[in-house]
Design a protein around this ligand. Sequence first.
Ligand code: SF4
Length: 226
Amino acid sequence: MSVGDRDYKQIVREAIDSIGEDVQLKFDTKDPNIVYLHEATKCLRRSFYDRTEPLETEQTQFNKVLGGLFRKMKSQSTIGKYEMDSGLALKGQVDMIKDDVVLIFRSVNRYPENPLPADILYVNACMWMFDKIEGVVVYITPDGKEESFVTNRNQKMFEEVIRRTKVFHDLIERRNTDPKAKPPIIEPSIDCLDCQYYERCYIRKKEGKQITISSLFGKFGKEDTV
Ligand code: SF4
């Protein structure tokens, strides 16, 4: 069956409607041989700090509500494991598998034009973990509207995630034996703006005097005539 044959809107509606018992992936961040999919698909440096020197973040109310909702979808949410060499395993949670399609749900303030890179890597890896060939990323806005992106399984993207998992694992192991071991390199992106580790990677936020265009080039217009 091709991507176009399915009624994804219907699948997504049913998915949102079916709420069951509580389930949540329990993270064991002490074990370097288990890397979680959300760690491997976002900035590795951020994942590294989350494990080694974490700083708490304030979740938005909407994310809290949405997170609670998804955790209630027990019959739907499934945890998968992909074993690699030397005992290393990648573990991930898919929010729902419906009619052979894997679905993940994400809250956004407004719909992106394309699925966010981390989300597309995540849903693709889920397809490999659960041996499915189609996946959907569902974005939900605070007013409860949803929009979905449908994608097919892609091997290269999964290989990238595996590679990132191995790099992350190596760096965590190194840090466990040497407290001075360096974190992963920075991955500059728009996500840095909301990252709690911004100041560890770049500069202190909002420090010093603001630079305005007029202070650089002198004052123009009205003020010149005063
Ligand atoms: S500020 Fe950017 S590069 Fe630094 S940890 Fe956060 S997301 Fe990664």
